[in-house]
Structures are given as structure tokens and as C-alpha cells.
Ligand binder design. Structure first.
Ligand code: SF4
Length: 373
């Protein structure tokens, strides 16, 4: 669809993207990768020389939410990421070709670009009943994934379903759905969990690959540390309210309107890791917690089963939080968060109890604005 021998900068210039905007893009990617600002020049230099990598995007058992996410992204813009950074050769939703023509394009990439192209997988892969629950052009998702991903330089699992089966694999998982790593163990996979994944992270992974010639450092789930290395609770703008014991007690109450902590409404931020609070969505405008809804830990392993019910408060007992095993440090930090949650919950309950008027049977519903001092 786009020539792979064209440089990234050449493609940008053709589209009228000036150097100022290019450097701004490099700075945004450097920040997303959690690299010091001095790396902006290195990123820019590498991208200026880089040839556009060939990319194929496969869709299996999915809702197309990750495609929607990247196609509707404005930061970095879809123009820069999707059309200019990549030679996008196959994507069922957006490619002009169809039927045999489309399948021939995919086959050409596998044969002629073997070991050099990048594959993105969106959606889970069913293993039950010989994989009959997802077929494309008469082939099962499993057969396609094996052929395409095992011959790719690297595979990006975009979103929860491609990572660990996501919603499709949630109990009782009738189709035997799994993520790409389990379906094709020989593939070199980096997992971008999230429902959907944040396109800024997808772009950052690609920029890292083009700049340093390798995929970024990952945790034990093969998720890039730059995006999944920090606990959401530690990055949240509502954290001061948590620390001060100011909680939303019910949707739409005074605390909710004032942006208080959503812990009591089921927020899973204390046991989830992701850079959602810093990268955000819609041109960096907002993210779920900022807009008033608790985190559901959508970037955590098997979150549909392990983090639901989404509106139940986290139990104040230690030992929960699979996400915390994202690394040794993460485990320690989560244990500390869990401990802090217990202590905090107890302290909050004691405070509430102390504020209960004599003769009242229940504590005040919230530490509201009138009480904050
Ligand atoms: S519990 Fe949720 S809303 Fe409250 S500070 Fe932590 S991440 Fe933010």
C-alpha cells in the first residue's frame, strides 16, 4: 500500500509535515518511552535514516477496538504513525484490496519480507475444535497466525485479547481462546495489554525498534516496562484525596463532583500497572479515572476474570494483585500499596467512626467538603 523503500522523513515531507512537527513527534515518543530528553536527537536521527518497516495487521476474535483506537488517535496523529511511519501492507478493515487480492498481499509479505516485517495481532485465537471458531479466507486463525507471526521479525500483540485471550478467553471460554504467545510460542512477541491498547505505546514500541534496532525492555508478561512498569495508583491525580481519606461514596455525590478518590467505587488503580495516567487518550486530554470512573485494570493479566466485579472495592487483604508481579520491584511496591490500603482503610474507618455524631448508627457517608478541614 505504501512503498517500503521510502524513508520516514521523506514520507512526512511529501505530506507537508515540517521539521518542527517531526521533532515534536520525536519528543513525544521519547517521553512515552520514559527516556531522558537528550534522546530526542537520537530518535530523530534514527527516524530520519530509517526505511519504513513493512507491517501487517491481523484480526481474529476481536471487536476491532484496537484498530479503532489507533485510527482515531490524534496524539501522535494517525497520519504520522500509521501512514508515515509504516509501510502498511495488510489490514482487513482499511486496505483497499479484498478477497484473493488481499490474501495475495499478505502472502507476498510473508515470502518476500521473511524475517524483516512486523506483525500486529488484534484479537484472540481459538484452539477448541481445531480452531473452527475463527476463519479468514478458509484458513483458521491459528494457521494464519503460525504462518505470519513465526516468519515476522517481531509481533506486537495489540490489546488484551491478543495478549492473553482477553474477553474472549474469560470463563467459561467456550472457544478455547488464547493469546498469540500461547498460540504461536515460537513467535517473538511483545504484549501491549489494555482494552484497547493505547496507540501512543504502539507508536513508541515502533520508534524504539527503529531507533535502537530492538524491542524495548519487557516485564515477565513481555509487556514494555516503559508502559507497564509503574502502578497507576502512584501516578494518579486523585492520589492526594486517597491519602487524605477523601473518597467518592456514590456516583454523582459531592465527592465525585470534586474529583475525590474512586477507591470505594471499585477503582483497581492500586493493583494495576500502566502509563494511562501520563499518556492519556484523545490527544492527551484525559483517562478513565480523570473523567470520573475507576480504573478496571484493563491492562492487567486476565483482567476480565481476575479484576471483576469492577465496582467491588478491592479487598483490604494482602496477597492479591497478580499485576504486581510485573517485576520484583512492582511486587514490593504492590505489597506496600496493599498494606497501605489496609492501614488506610482502617484509619479512614476510625476517622469516620470518630466523626459519627453521638447516637447515630452509621458514620457520615463521606468526608465531604465541609469536613475536609
Ligand atoms: S484508588 Fe484509584 S482513584 Fe484513588 S488514587 Fe488510587 S488510582 Fe486514583
Amino acid at each position: 500500500m505504501f512503498p517500503s523503500n521510502e524513508s520516514f522523513v521523506g514520507a512526512l515531507q511529501k505530506k507537508g509535515v515540517n521539521r518542527r512537527r517531526f521533532i515534536k513527534f520525536c519528543a513525544a515518543m521519547t517521553a512515552t518511552l520514559a527516556l531522558p530528553p537528550r534522546y530526542v536527537a537520537q530518535v530523530a536521527s534514527a527516524l530520519e535514516k530509517a526505511k519504513k518497516p513493512v507491517l501487517v495487521w491481523l484480526q481474529f476474535q476481536d471487536c476491532a477496538g484496537n484498530s479503532e483506537s489507533i485510527l482515531r488517535s490524534s496524539h501522535p496523529s494517525v497520519l504520522e504513525v500509521v501512514l508515515d511511519l509504516l509501510s502498511w501492507e495488510y489490514h482487513e478493515i482499511i486496505m483497499a484490496g479484498a478477497g484473493h487480492q488481499a490474501e495475495a498481499a499478505l502472502e507476498r509479505v510473508v515470502k518476500e519480507e521473511k524475517g524483516k516485517y512486523l506483525a500486529v495481532v488484534e484479537g484472540a485465537i481459538p484452539l477448541a475444535d481445531d480452531g473452527v471458531y475463527c476463519t479468514v479466507s478458509g484458513k483458521t486463525a491459528l494457521d494464519i497466525a503460525r504462518r505470519v507471526c513465526s516468519n515476522a521479525a517481531a509481533t506486537i500483540a495489540a490489546g488484551a485479547c491478543a495478549w492473553d485471550g482477553g474477553l474472549v478467553a474469560a470463563a467459561p471460554n467456550p472457544t478455547g481462546a488464547v493469546g498469540i504467545s500461547e498460540a504461536v510460542p515460537e513467535a517473538k512477541v511483545i504484549n501491549l495489554g489494555g482494552c484497547p491498547q493505547n496507540p501512543a505505546n504502539t507508536a513508541a514500541v515502533l520508534v524504539h525498534y527503529l531507533t535502537f534496532g530492538e524491542l524495548p525492555a519487557v516485564d515477565q508478561y513481555n509487556r514494555p516496562l516503559f508502559a507497564y512498569g509503574r502502578i497507576i495508583h502512584d501516578q494518579c491525580e486523585r492520589r492526594a484525596h486517597y491519602d487524605a481519606g477523601r473518597y467518592v461514596q456514590e456516583w454523582g455525590d459531592e465527592g465525585h463532583r470534586r474529583g475525590y478518590c474512586l477507591y470505594k467505587m471499585g477503582c483497581k488503580g492500586p493493583q494495576a500497572t500502566y502509563n494511562c495516567p501520563s499518556v492519556r487518550w484523545n490527544d492527551g486530554t484525559s483517562w478513565p479515572v480523570k473523567s470520573g470512573h475507576g480504573c478496571i485494570a484493563c491492562a492487567s493479566h486476565r483482567f476480565w476474570d481476575t479484576r471483576s466485579p469492577f465496582y467491588d472495592r478491592l479487598p483490604s487483604v494482602p496477597g492479591f494483585g497478580a499485576d504486581v508481579t510485573a517485576g520484583q520491584i512492582g511486587m514490593g511496591v504492590t505489597a506496600a500499596v496493599a498494606g497501605a490500603t489496609i492501614v488506610h482503610g482502617i484509619a479512614s474507618a476510625v476517622r469516620d467512626r470518630m466523626r459519627t455524631p453521638p447516637g447515630a448508627s452509621t458514620p457520615p457517608a463521606t468526608r465531604g467538603p465541609a469536613e475536609k478541614n
